[in-house]
Design a protein. Structure first.
Length: 204
């Protein structure tokens, strides 16, 4: 379902955005979804998790991370623009966040713990500009993929529909694209869409 696919991609970005400066906003329509997404294998050994063979999500996370990392480094993570929902009433934002909390509560506890530890590790290692290392960024994307795939698609749709109600204006996408290299943004967006497809195929 196309709508579910879009929801997964928006949520992926949202989890990253909310948890750590490792968010991968994309161009065009996806860039216009940056604010509504106020929701986000090699590092597992370092985190103390039991070693496991890489699965399709881990493999896809590695590809996503490598292809989007140049774009990631171009983003000004010291800016507060990525943490804002412009012109949205606080109570409506809280209602939307509630759907994210419910989704989080439905996630597999082990996957959720791995995600938390991956973000904590990345925060400890990030540079002065707030950029995570490639290894940590890869671990985060892998963890997020497993977190989202562990919940029913209906939970993803609840989050998507809640944030889709917000009207952010037509200037958000062009503004954000003006701050980065367009080619890198396009490459990151394509990689994210491929990653989304892998997660969607694994989602119950």
């Amino acid at each position: 379902m196309a709508k579910t696919a879009r929801a997964v991609s928006v949520l992926l970005a949202g989890v990253c955005l909310c948890c750590l400066p490792a968010f991968v906003p994309g161009p065009g329509r996806f860039a216009r979804s940056v604010a509504p997404a106020a929701v986000g294998a090699g590092a597992l050994g370092m985190l103390g998790a039991a070693p496991a063979y890489a699965d399709k999500i881990d493999d896809a996370a590695k590809v996503l991370s490598e292809k989007s990392y140049p774009f990631l480094k171009e983003i000004d993570w010291t800016s507060d623009v990525y943490a804002k929902l412009p012109t949205q009433p606080p109570l409506k934002v809280m209602t939307a966040i509630d759907t994210m909390l419910k989704m989080g509560a439905a996630m597999d506890p082990a996957a959720l713990k791995t995600g938390v530890l991956a973000h904590s590790q990345a925060i400890a290692n990030m540079d002065s500009k707030g950029v995570a290392t490639l290894a940590d960024y890869t671990a985060i994307n892998s963890a997020i993929g497993h977190m989202i795939s562990s919940v029913p698609a209906s939970k993803t749709m609840d989050v998507y529909n809640a944030f889709a109600k917000f009207n952010l204006g037509s200037d958000v996408g062009p503004y954000m694209m003006s701050k980065v290299n367009a080619a890198d943004a396009q490459a990151a967006y394509k990689a994210l869409m491929d990653f989304k497809d892998v997660i969607k195929a694994s989602q119950r």
